[in-house]
Design a protein. Structure first.
Length: 182
């Protein structure tokens, strides 16, 4: 066994400064799109790690985090409505229901009216299309072999219900004779 090196022991976290927080936020935004609230959580985790090592008060760092977020939002790097639209499109492509999308956006700190506006921009039949997408991915309803459909009908309905789809949409998907042409 080799002796631990300084790199394996870990280096201490950086001290919290305005420039450090801005650089950390920019580095995060280079890799991920984010909402203001999510970026605030990321930066506050960095603050907490730093304060645990160097000491200090959390309340003293909150204005620095808010200033970094305000600066990046002013520069156009943070836009909650654009983030919500991107997340809605991506989740719809994966077969997510409106309920699941709303919950996901709420967990990321998007306000309910912003999430509702992003969902309203979707096509009227996108909920049904998303349900068929999920059914295709999970091999439910019309995507299941014909001899097994009746046996798994209740299970397929429950799967779509747990995914957030209404009873009417779940039933329409499970009882479809053939998958819709894409």
């Amino acid at each position: 066994m080799t002796a631990p090196t300084p790199k394996t022991l870990g280096r201490p976290p950086s001290r919290i400064t305005p420039s450090y927080l801005e650089n950390a936020a920019l580095h995060y935004l280079e890799r991920y799109s984010s909402s203001r609230a999510n970026l605030r959580r990321v930066l506050m985790r960095k603050v907490d790690r730093s304060l645990a090592h160097w000491g200090g008060e959390r309340e003293d760092a909150i204005p620095l985090v808010e200033a970094a977020i305000a600066k990046l939002a002013g520069l156009g790097y943070l836009d909650d409505s654009a983030y919500a639209e991107i997340k809605v499109r991506g989740l719809r492509r994966k077969g997510a229901s409106a309920r699941l999308i709303s919950a996901t956006l709420a967990a990321k700190g998007i306000e309910a009216d912003t999430a509702a506006a992003a969902l309203a921009e979707q096509e009227p039949d996108s909920e049904l299309a998303a349900a068929f997408t999920l059914a295709r991915r999970r091999r439910l309803g019309p995507f299941r072999p014909a001899d097994k459909r009746a046996e798994f009908r209740a299970k397929d309905l429950a799967t779509l219900g747990r995914a957030g789809f209404s009873w009417e949409i779940a039933r329409a998907v499970v009882e479809a004779e053939a998958p819709p042409s894409v």
